[in-house]
Structure formats: structure tokens, C-alpha cells
Write a protein that binds this ligand. Structure first.
Ligand code: FES
Length: 120
């Protein structure tokens, strides 16, 4: 007998009104495959991005950084990343994890980890 556990593709993690435009917020999903893992949710003029919470440099809290034109900047030493792809938007080839996200009504839903594009 096989027991199959279904994990939904998208799970609600917070309200759109929890993340003001131009800001980020740390959220710990309470359900889904990322339950309890902190992620950084950003609202860039209504476009929602979800990234890794921990900066790959020295562990800065990405959610306390800024978001502008799809680029998130770490609050500690200003490393910048493309919030859509996770690729560095500055020097170097550092990356952050980025996740599928969508909005339904006032709910922000978190989906799968996006694949990292091949490096040049
Ligand atoms: S910890 Fe993020 S840039 Fe240094």
C-alpha cells in the first residue's frame, strides 16, 4: 500500500497588505514544502518577488534590503540581485534562491523554487 502526500503547487504565506510597496518582509510559511523556512517577500510596485532570506555574502537579512526595478539590495554590504532570476545584478556571479509567487485577492502565494539560469 502506497500513501501519497500531495503538496500544493502554491500555498498562501501572507497578505498583500502585509508587504507595502517598495519594501520587503520576512515570512515563515506555515504550510507547504517551505514550512518554517524564512523567506524574503518583496513588493516592487505591485510585482511580488520571493527570495532567500539569508544573503550569500555574510548572512544579511535580505528582507530588510530594498527593492527597485526588480533588483533587491542587501542591507549589509549592498550586494544586488535580480529578484526574478536570483542572479547577481552587480559584480561577481553570486546568486540567491528565488521562488515562484503570485497574488490571489489579498493573498500572496508561494510556489516552487525557480531554477537558476545557466551562468555565462
Ligand atoms: S551580507 Fe549581504 S551584502 Fe554582505
Amino acid at each position: 500500500m502506497t500513501t501519497e502526500r500531495q503538496v500544493p503547487d502554491f500555498v498562501p504565506i501572507c497578505k498583500l497588505s502585509d508587504v507595502p510597496s517598495g519594501q520587503g518582509k520576512m515570512i515563515r510559511p506555515t504550510q507547504g514544502r517551505l514550512a518554517t523556512k524564512p523567506v524574503a517577500v518583496f513588493n516592487d510596485n505591485g510585482k511580488i518577488y520571493v527570495t532567500n532570506f539569508v544573503c550569500p555574502h555574510t548572512g544579511g537579512p535580505m528582507s530588510e534590503g530594498t527593492i527597485k526595478d526588480g533588483v533587491v539590495e542587501c542591507p549589509y554590504h549592498a550586494w544586488v540581485f535580480n529578484a526574478e532570476t536570483g542572479m547577481s545584478a552587480g559584480k561577481g556571479d553570486h546568486t540567491i534562491d528565488v521562488y515562484e509567487a503570485k497574488v490571489e485577492g489579498d493573498d500572496i502565494l508561494l510556489g516552487w523554487l525557480k531554477p537558476t539560469p545557466a551562468r555565462p
